[in-house]
Design a binder for this molecule. Structure first.
Ligand code: LLP
Length: 384
């Protein structure tokens, strides 16, 4: 049984809700800070993983920047205190309104994914009387060994500029007066545990650097994206990934030109393990092949198992004793509203608290109101 959950206090909160272990978040941030500063690396937090205000404020207090993919994420980051020059705006389909939000707030950089986008940013910047910093998101065609829904760096994906189009895009930048070429940007996918994928990315970046050198347009920023995976099976044994080994790969394999800065956009690895979805068993029902533990959280609160067949460790926080197998399901009218099949739990009864682990990333932020359910709230260890 886990004992770092303050079960008695959690018992008094209306379920379902997200519980954040803020000490673990801070420990993780401390390690990231220490390991990345050895090499002078700049870390931006990928806000898409969790845009909860308390979480953003904590991350900002450790000096990370914010990697945003919508105008609202830009605004939320600024509200949480991130300095505008540390805010980066990425995404394949930025609207005019969102670009203007970025421009008006003087954000650090736009990561651009196509020529039409470059032209629109130039035009809008001109209207504002500004010059926008841009980095080119390049599709590196590196295969990350992960779920096909969350691999992004392959030619068949919608993301980034193809390598064979780069000269054309650079010619376009030379023509435009209101954009300033600042960097190159890559992202190969998410939940990557095989660090070899990052070695391959480094090799590809090194090759591409030559193209820019030939043009005498050395990018100041080399942004290698995010994607570092976490251990969903063993969140207690591995409460954070091996950041030391991760950053070391880039130090060993990336060949930098003088004055270049390396940027990262880490989401999941920062916030995943500190968050859990806490729910209560409403009924235990005997099925033909299995027992069902029907909990009051549903796929609307945490969609990852239904959407990606993602595994999350499930624990009963309040019962102990003999073990049985349960399908842990929610109340929503979909068969995919299932958090885990044949989950081994101590004999479970109505009222037990069920904890779904490693839910800090892409959990609360992907919650929705399907079946007109209320959105789950967040509670923080430091407040209880
Ligand atoms: N940078 C870019 C350009 C991205 O597209 C992403 C994530 C990140 C950084 C952050 O990646 P991370 O370090 O969190 O792996 N909802 C899915 C994950 C989608 C990831 C999308 N892009 C899930 O629940 O697994």
């Amino acid at each position: 049984m886990t004992n770092h959950f303050p079960v008695e206090k959690l018992q008094n909160i209306e379920t379902p809700f997200y519980y954040y272990n803020m000490e673990l978040l801070e420990q993780t941030l401390q390690v990231i800070k220490e390991e990345s500063s050895k090499y002078g690396y700049h870390i931006h937090y990928a806000v898409k993983a969790n845009a909860n205000k308390r979480i953003l404020e904590t991350i900002n207090s450790y000096g990370l920047g914010a990697d945003c993919v919508s105008g609202n994420e830009v605004s939320a980051s600024l509200d949480a205190g991130f300095p505008s020059e540390k805010v980066v705006f990425a995404g394949v389909g930025k609207s005019d309104k969102e670009i203007i939000t970025g421009l008006k707030n003087n954000i650090g950089c736009f990561n651009v994914e196509s020529i039409p986008e470059l032209e629109v940013i130039n035009e809008l910047a001109e209207k504002e009387g500004l010059v926008a910093n841009v980095a080119l998101r390049i599709n590196p065609n590196v295969k990350a060994n992960t779920h096909h829904y969350i691999t992004t760096g392959l030619e068949e994906n919608k993301f980034g500029i193809y390598i064979w189009d780069l000269e054309k895009v650079m010619d376009k930048i030379d023509e435009l007066n209101n954009v300033n070429f600042k960097g190159i940007h890559f992202h190969i996918g998410s939940q990557i545990n095989d660090l070899d994928s990052y070695k391959q990315l480094c090799t590809r970046v090194n090759e591409l650097q030559e193209l820019f050198e030939k043009r005498r347009a050395i990018p100041q920023i080399v942004n290698v994206g995010g994607g570092l995976g976490v251990d969903y099976e063993n969140p207690d044994e591995n409460p954070m990934p091996d950041f030391k080994a991760f950053f070391k790969i880039f130090d060993e394999f990336l060949e930098l030109k003088e004055g270049q800065e390396v940027h990262f956009e880490l989401g999941r690895s920062v916030v995943c393990q500190c968050g859990s979805l806490i729910s209560r068993v409403i009924y235990v029902k005997e099925g033909v092949n299995t027992n069902f533990a029907i909990v009051d959280a549903g796929m609307s609160d945490l969609i990852r198992p239904a959407l990606y067949q993602a595994y999350h460790k499930i624990q009963n926080l309040t019962s102990s004793g003999e073990e049985e197998k349960y399908d842990v399901v929610g109340p929503i009218c979909e068969s995919s509203d299932c958090f885990g099949k044949a989950v081994v739990l101590p004999t479970t009864q109505r009222g037990d608290l069920i904890c779904i682990r490693s839910a800090g990333a892409y959990g609360e932020i992907m919650a929705n109101q399907y079946n007109l359910r209320a959105l789950p709230k967040g509670f923080y260890s430091s407040d209880l």
